[in-house]
Design a protein around this ligand. Structure first.
Ligand code: GLU
Length: 546
């Protein structure tokens, strides 16, 4: 067989450049010793899974911690999965969580193009070289023929795939090949595998540790019939020419590792290091399963932005999933930025990271309680601007007023910070009662209307905005007494049946009338923030509603 002639017939010289052109164009990177080049290589499906953030954060930490490079490559070889605007979504959603690429798709960089579809020439050049060397060949098998082989293999309990006796086109004669080409039969290019499945090797995975890998014997497709490479082939070529030193990717790729090892080998490329990370799982009743795009809203990265989780809180939580010793470090260094933690790929979970939204909520609450009023205002406003209703957006027009609300509701400046806020959506909903445009109380009192009426009217008649907290409370006590409620808690506890209730029940009625809620931060301060006019209007509205 004249392989050179066949290579030229399949991939003409004018379509590609000599191989050393690419080696020169994409030289070894000039980086300090030990620096890692890592990448994120998503398909542009438009959906960003929390697992993408998990792996992105691992890659980002390793690259930046070592003084290396993190880049974004778009694996768009599967046109069917492509969604318009997906790359923008990738950038936007990862940027929110502090993942910034140094180079890559839609950014600058010397190692591009970073879209695989724009790299056809390089793949073709290397496919041509493999054909020339007798290490790749055209395969004309039709879908029906492949299906027959699959059925036969299943019936006979044989390993599936295109190998050995099943690799029919491996044995085509030169004449048959040219006849097929002449007849215009569609074809793919396959690797002529040199491997033996009986041979096993120990492979050092950076996450899993030592794993056993069997040699590949599959004549895998490297170029599809439209000339587009498969993931396997593109991965080997791109990670070589983009000078990736460490590939961190999902464990679902472990079964393909033998193919990749063989491809790097036949292409003459140095194999990068690999770390296969486990999937993100959740407890669902009695079972533990993967977080599912279909079933779990929290699987999508968009969920966290829409809910308004603070990016630092999510990053912190993801770090607890990524490195088992992170929490201990965090306890000792609560004030330090996460970037100071020494991230280690070897400490990544080997067998499934358990996602626990309650724990994320806890971390978020603690984080929110570190913000000052201005920081909280800015964060909540940016959420509302993007995701809030028009009414919620309007909350932020009066910054001074909003900062007072936040100071109270977050316990800023108090002895102990309140930890009520988990995320922006919930926080903004929680403070809705401070704003007349969203104040829509249902007034659920625990006392008869007549009792409530007497209390509200009594209080309204004596209310004075100038009263300090103590004077104010004396007035609450006075209306309580006037309606027979206990103001002395000791006396009340000694004989609760002697009273309709006590002063805190009275405060609750005033609270419900003013805010619509039975539980809020300090009521005197709320009235101070609302102002005299609005407080009186609310009391009046509540009385009328009785
Ligand atoms: N496009 C592949 C995926 O989304 C990338 C795997 C890799 O990182 O190499 O699963």
């Amino acid at each position: 067989m004249d392989w050179n002639k066949l290579a030229e017939a399949l991939i003409p010289d004018e379509d590609v450049k000599p191989l050393d052109y690419y080696e020169t164009k994409y030289p070894a990177r000039n980086l300090p010793e030990g620096a890692h080049v890592t990448r994120l290589a998503p398909s542009p499906t438009g959906f960003m899974h929390i697992g993408n953030l998990y792996v992105a954060l691992a890659n980002e930490r390793i690259a930046h911690q070592s003084g290396g490079v993190l880049y974004l490559r778009i694996e768009d070889t599967d046109d069917k999965r492509k969604v318009e605007g997906a790359v923008e979504i990738i950038h936007k959603s990862l940027k929110y969580f502090g993942i910034n690429f140094d180079e890559g798709a839609d950014l600058c960089g010397e190692y591009g193009p970073y879209y695989q579809r724009q790299r056809a020439e390089i793949y073709h050049a290397y496919a041509k070289d493999l054909i020339k060397r007798g290490l790749a060949y055209p395969c004309f098998c039709t879908e029906e023929e492949m299906e027959k082989t699959r059925e036969y293999q299943t019936e006979n309990k044989l390993l599936p795939g295109y190998y050995g006796e099943f690799a029919k086109c491996r044995k085509l004669t030169e004449k048959e090949i040219y006849e097929n080409l002449k007849a215009g039969k569609p074809y793919v290019i396959r690797l002529r595998s040199q491997g033996d499945v009986e041979v096993k090797h120990t492979f050092r995975d950076q996450v899993k540790g030592d794993i056993t890998v069997t040699e590949n014997n599959q004549d895998v497709v490297i170029l599809k019939s439209d000339g587009i490479p498969t993931y396997h082939f593109a991965h080997a070529i791109d990670d070589h020419f983009m000078r990736t030193t460490l590939v961190i990717r999902g464990e679902e790729w472990i079964p393909s590792l033998p193919i990749h090892i063989e491809l790097f080998n036949v292409l003459g490329f140095k194999l990068p290091k690999y770390g296969h990370n486990c999937s993100i799982q959740k407890i669902d009743g009695e079972t533990r399963r993967k977080l599912s795009k279909r079933k779990d809203p929290e699987a999508s990265l968009t969920f966290y932005r829409e809910q308004g989780y603070h990016p630092t809180a999510v990053r912190t939580y993801m770090m607890t999933l990524l490195n088992s010793n992170f929490e201990e470090w965090l306890l000792k260094n609560p004030e330090k930025p996460l970037e100071e933690f020494k991230y280690s790929i070897g400490k990544m979970g080997k067998s499934g990271a358990l996602f626990d939204i309650l724990k994320l909520n806890d971390i978020s609450k603690t984080f929110m309680a570190t913000l000052d009023a201005k920081q909280a205002y800015d964060f909540l406003k940016s959420w509302a601007d993007e995701f809030g209703t028009d009414e919620q957006k309007a909350y932020f027009a009066d910054k001074e007023y909003m900062c007072k609300v936040l100071t109270l509701c977050m316990g800023i400046g108090g002895k102990k910070r309140r930890k009520d806020f988990v995320c922006a959506k919930q926080a903004v909903e929680m403070i809705a009662y401070f704003f007349d445009n969203t104040f829509a109380p249902t007034y659920e009192y625990r006392f008869d209307n007549a009792v409530v009426k007497a209390i509200l009217e009594g209080f309204k008649a004596t209310y004075d905005y100038a009263d300090d907290m103590q004077a104010w409370f004396e007035k609450v006590k006075a209306v309580a007494s006037a309606s027979g409620f206990a103001t002395d808690m000791k006396a009340y506890k000694a004989d609760p049946t002697a009273y309709p209730g006590n002063v805190s029940d009275v405060a609750e009625m005033l609270r419900i009338a003013t805010t619509g809620l039975a539980n809020t931060p300090d009521l005197w301060t709320i009235m101070q923030i609302l102002g005299a006019e609005r407080t009186l209007a609310r009391l009046e509205k509540a009385i009328t509603a009785l």
